[in-house]
Design a protein around this ligand. Structure first.
Ligand code: FES
Length: 135
């Protein structure tokens, strides 16, 4: 086997994986936040990031007192039914924290538990007018 053929056999699979990874991380989705003041703010977000971190990365005022450890309800957001229905059922731990959220609705979720994926492109997250921080 020539040196060139050997090199191509070793490098090609790695290069292929790298290009797929780059594609995934560059995939940019839109997240729409409706603030407490009813201002609509649209931001771009990568696949795999959660709503709370997306808010923080874009200086949007959504708390996250426990840093995604399911020990608070300060990252509470309210979704339109369409997007709520696209998510998996909340875990028991998330439901326990949601029960403590101020202004809980039938389509409430914890922002740190919503992980962006392509189907959620354009999601709308209403930030409640208040939060209850018990931590
Ligand atoms: Fe505490 Fe989401 S940041 S549960």
């Amino acid at each position: 086997m020539s040196l060139l053929a050997f090199t191509l056999r070793r490098v090609a699979p790695v290069a292929s994986r790298l290009s797929q990874t780059r594609f995934m991380s560059n995939k940019s989705l839109t997240v729409n936040f409706i603030t407490e003041d009813d201002e609509l703010i649209a931001v771009k977000a990568p696949v795999g990031e959660n709503i709370m971190r997306i808010a923080h990365n874009n200086y949007i005022d959504l708390e996250g007192a426990c840093d995604c450890s399911l020990a608070c309800s300060t990252c509470h957001v309210i979704l339109p039914q369409k997007y709520y229905d696209m998510l998996e059922e909340p875990s028991e731990e998330e439901n326990d924290m949601l029960d403590l959220a101020f202004g809980l609705t039938d389509t409430s979720r914890l922002g740190c538990q919503i992980i962006m994926r392509p189907e959620l492109d354009g999601i709308i997250c209403k930030i409640p007018s208040a939060t209850r921080n018990i931590s």
